[in-house]
Design a protein around this ligand. Structure first.
Ligand code: T46
Length: 130
């Protein structure tokens, strides 16, 4: 988890994000996930090279990350922190509140060939690195 600065005054709050300060990579793409239906699980894939930072701007959701040898769950519900996910990590997103807005900053453009969407292929890929 990466903690962000909150600049607050009587007007409210502002959180700045700068490449190589809070964001540890070149930002080439931004997208956001919202209006997620109840009970939905998104993700279920890894990336061969992509790095991403996930920030929950509104509401809440759970992100599970799996390196192939260990798994961890993160509850995202705060605008002043982001979850960094590097390459070769299997991710699942679930328990989205109906008002959840999940912002994602990505290190590269969208490329479907860069996804691994089959869990066994992911494990094979992790094992091939050792
Ligand atoms: C990730 C998690 C956190 C595009 O055309 N451009 C894009 O930039 C993205 C991200 C997706 N798409 C298309 C591909 C699919 O036809 O949008 C559709 C839904 O994508 P997907 O099923 O991959 O969405 P999620 O929520 O399962 O995963 C997304 C990202 O794809 C993925 O990189 O790490 O959010």
């Amino acid at each position: 988890m990466i903690k962000f600065k909150i600049i607050g005054d009587h007007r409210g709050s502002l959180t700045p994000l700068e490449q190589y300060k809070e964001i540890p990579f070149d930002i080439k793409r931004v997208y956001y996930i919202y209006n997620t239906k109840e009970g939905v699980v998104r993700g279920n894939h890894s990336h061969k090279n992509l790095e991403q930072l996930l920030i929950c701007l509104n509401g809440s959701c759970i992100i599970s990350v799996d390196s192939g040898t260990s798994k961890k769950e993160f509850s995202l519900k705060s605008r002043d922190e982001g979850l960094y996910i590097g390459n070769n990590i299997w991710r699942e997103m679930y328990d989205f509140s109906s008002d959840c807005v999940l912002l994602v900053l990505a290190s590269d453009f969208y490329n479907e060939n860069e996804y691994i969407r089959n869990y066994k292929d992911f494990i094979d890929c992790v094992n091939s690195k050792y």
